[in-house]
Design a protein around this ligand. Sequence first.
Ligand SMILES: [Zn+2]
Length: 144
Amino acid sequence: MNKDDNDKAYEVLLKRIQTNLGDTAKKSAARLEVPVPQVMWVGQRTIFRNFMEFPKALRREPEKILLYLNKELASAGYIAGERVIFLGRKEPSSFSALIDRYIKDYVICPVCQSPDTRTEKTKKLGFLHCEACGARSSIKATYA
Ligand SMILES: [Zn+2]
């Protein structure tokens, strides 16, 4: 191989890498598939039937998401298998909105909008650490 060929090979390689990177970025943004909350009333209780799908989809601990829901709903729901049971009748339609807000505040990176994030807690401070762009944003420590 002479120098020109080498340069050409390098260019091809570079182009291939850039193309792949582009694909990865697109995929990660589309990868957050949020389930639809299935909420129903049974007597004076509100059952969030598919709660356990959310920790998996959002890559968060179930307890953190539950903490958030309990705070926002002023309730003391508890996990029972795949479900969460809240005392009292909570408006079923409010659950989608709460989950959306949780995702916006505690899952999506505010810098690059990637859902590939993890939370971390250091000295009572909460952070959202983005695995896509490396940004570290502060969040409420309660949910970190
Ligand atoms: Zn980011």
